[in-house]
Ligand binder design. Structure first.
Ligand code: XIL
Length: 375
């Protein structure tokens, strides 16, 4: 396996050759035409892998953006507008405008839709804190799942029923996160949520979505073990679960390595009969020393290649979604203040640049589809 450090060494060597020979670093030449047979979705479809992206509500008003995603992807997920907080301004009230717009767009362009998410500790409605208590929390959760799953019934490929329920450092039994749901309902909130979702939309695959579970570090190993144990308990208890979502928010040039841990995670999920989706893939490039955008794109693309080749070698992985489309709109730009090495630099984590032009990560993603075995 190539570590990031090795890659950067190679990249700077290759950079010299590049200047001399004018050759590209990556196997695939950038096609003049990335549409039709050159698109991400066509390359994915050849292998039985869905190519997806998260879409922000504002972006969907931009026609160039609309054209690009209809051309490139066959799966979309709403970046925010299906979350509890953004959906529900007041108890029992729902504003469907943004979520419906994405589902309508997807239907029109024959794209599938992932639902994200029903139960999470974050982006809860403002009213939740003052309204939810131990007596009503279960009803709030069940009503919410029934309302949202019911509203989109039959239109969702998979629902992230619970998002990020594990946090080993919280020191709770089974590594569960001390989320408001855990505190108000108890650990059974998980099983209740999945049973409710299955009943409300029997056709949607039910996913458990988590981050920080796939690299080779000790922290990820612990969280991976807790996640696989949770999925195993679901299976043993008859709790309906169909897929594991690996968020895949990863970093370039920080020394993270992917190999043994990722293989263990994916085959662990596969052994339980689950599908696996890479649900929120992006590569944070804050750690890349070079400022030159092309050099940063190459470093990010190398991480795409490294990570995706390992993940996609297992046929259980049926979808890759990037968290956003273009660097212009990545959520990572909003995280500038949190101890970044390059606080004034905009991130370049995604397949398309600020002008919606494909960059090296696009070709790395497409190549990774090509390299994957057929599903
Ligand atoms: C992020 C969105 O991208 C941001 O726009 C929002 O401000 C915060 O949430 N894990 C998840 C996603 O499951 O829902 C998060 O999305 C990113 C991390």
């Amino acid at each position: 396996m190539i570590t990031r450090r090795d890659y950067l060494k190679q990249a700077s060597l290759a950079g010299c050759c590049l200047a001399v020979s004018g050759m590209r670093m990556f196997a695939a030449e950038p096609d003049a035409d990335i549409s039709g047979k050159g698109s991400l979705k066509e390359h994915g479809q050849k292998r039985g892998i869905m190519a997806g992206c998260a879409v922000g509500a504002r972006q969907l008003h931009d026609e160039a953006f609309q054209r690009l995603i209809a051309e490139q992807y066959d799966l979309v997920v709403s970046e925010n507008s299906m979350k509890f907080g953004p959906l529900s301004p007041k108890p029992g009230e729902y504003n469907w405008t943004d979520a419906d717009a994405l589902v309508d767009f997807a239907e029109k362009h024959k794209m599938k839709v992932r639902g994200h998410n029903f139960v999470w500790h974050s982006q809860l409605p403002v009213w939740f804190k003052t309204t939810a208590n131990k007596d009503n929390a279960k009803k709030i959760m069940v009503d919410h799942i029934n309302t949202v799953a019911g509203h989109f019934k039959g239109k969702i490929q998979s629902w992230d029923v619970v998002n990020e329920a594990i946090k080993v450092d919280d020191d709770m039994p089974d590594g569960l996160r001390k989320s408001p749901w855990y505190e108000l309902i108890g650990p059974e909130y998980l099983d209740i949520a999945y049973h409710t979702a299955r009943k409300a939309d029997p056709k949607a695959k039910l996913t458990y979505n988590e981050y920080g579970i796939e690299n080779d570090s000790e922290d990820d190993s612990k969280k991976r073990a807790a996640t696989l144990a949770l999925l195993k308990r679901f299976k043993q208890n008859g709790t309906p679960i169909d897929a594991l979502g690996i968020q895949s928010h990863i970093h370039a040039s920080t020394g993270e390595t992917y190999g043994k841990g990722m293989r263990e995670l994916i085959s662990g999920a596969q052994d339980l009969g689950l599908e696996v989706y890479l649900t929120e893939f992006d590569v944070n490039d804050d750690g890349v020393a070079e400022d030159d955008p092309a050099a940063r794109d190459r470093a990010v693309a190398a991480v795409y290649t490294d990570y995706l080749n390992i993940a996609l070698e297992n046929k259980a992985v049926k979808a890759v979604l990037t968290w956003g489309v273009s660097d212009k709109d990545t959520w990572l730009n909003g995280m500038r203040e949190h101890g970044k090495k390059h606080p004034n630099r905009r991130e370049r984590p995604l397949p398309f640049d600020n002008d919606l032009k494909p960059v090296a990560p696009f070709y790395a993603l497409r190549d990774a589809f090509d390299k994957a075995p057929h599903r």
